[in-house]
Design a protein around this ligand. Structure first.
Ligand code: LAC
Length: 293
């Protein structure tokens, strides 16, 4: 079921998907509505509502408006689908994932944010474009926040198990890292009236499939941290085992000095936004300050 405050828009979008079902050999029934109660009993809810950026804007600039939009939505999810898992795709995704976790007071593993699957796909696409090798053999990893300070990790990126440093020199790798960080803005700058759409949709599909089929995939997703990588009371992209229970485990990988510094920079930018969120939410729902261990 698709839900939008604009009832007819939701119904139209649902019909469009329904009419694609025969072509995808799918017997799914897709409906659209503005009634939040339609999610009653849902096992998984994906929230992609909110404003998108205009060219030149930072994702953090959406915080105030999108926290307001998500406040009501999260309340409805907690009310009508209290047993569900929640995927947050709205921006700024790290902050809003934390916000959703705080608001629902659900266990950390049930609230998952979209970031690393998308950012890693982008990095993999750039590696394929640069090397000319099949995307089937390319595996990239991006951690940290879903903002310009995100941390693409060339050392953990490979082509059929062979580190990318075997194929790409430092300069080429640096370009790929930079382009990955700005990949969303690059698209926005070209399209102007819409942010990226297909790659985020594909990333959400990947996460939903891992949950629905209990695949135990290792996917970089935004998780609320409880000491992992040295941080707690905040959320950011980390490697997660994703299955039917949501984030079944956060996998802590070794980071070298440079990678640790880059992650800290990303954390600082998230912390900055969390403080803004702190001012936006009422005292009884107050968040704790993030605390590096
Ligand atoms: C992007 C937006 C969706 O990265 O955050 O394209």
């Amino acid at each position: 079921v698709l839900i939008d405050i604009k009832d007819e828009v939701a119904r139209g979008a649902a019909l469009d998907i329904q009419q694609a079902a025969p072509l995808l050999n799918s017997d799914s029934i897709v409906t659209g509505t503005s009634d939040p109660q339609a999610i009653a009993g849902a096992e998984l809810v994906v929230v992609s509502a909110g404003l998108h950026r205009k060219p030149g804007m930072d994702r953090s600039e959406l915080l105030e408006s999108n926290a307001a939009i998500l406040g009501d939505i999260i309340e409805n999810v907690a009310k009508y689908a209290p047993q569900s898992l929640l995927i947050i795709a709205s921006n700024p995704a790290d902050i809003l994932t934390y916000f959703a976790w705080k608001r629902t007071a659900w266990p950390e593993k049930r609230v998952i944010g979209l970031s690393g699957v998308l950012d890693s796909a982008r990095m993999a696409a750039f590696i394929a474009m640069e090397t000319g090798f099949s995307i089937s053999d390319i595996n990239a990893l991006v951690l940290g926040g879903h903002g310009d300070a995100m941390v693409p990790l060339p050392r953990y990126s490979c082509i059929r198990g062979i580190p990318i440093s075997h194929f790409l020199n430092d300069e080429a790798t640096k370009q790929i890292v930079q382009r990955t960080r700005k990949a969303g803005s690059e698209i926005l700058g070209l399209k102007k009236n819409s942010s990226a759409y297909n790659a985020p949709a594909g990333a959400i599909y990947t996460m939903v499939e891992a949950i629905a089929k209990d695949k135990k995939r290792i996917l970089p997703c935004i998780s609320v941290l409880n000491g992992e990588f040295g941080y707690k009371n905040m959320a950011m992209g980390v490697p997660c085992v994703i299955g039917a229970d949501g984030i079944e485990k956060v996998i802590e990988i070794d980071l070298n000095k440079e990678e640790t510094t880059l992650l800290k920079r990303s954390v600082d930018s998230i912390a900055n936004d969390l403080e803004k969120l702190d001012m936006l939410i009422t005292p009884d729902q107050n968040i704790y300050k993030y605390l590096p261990n």
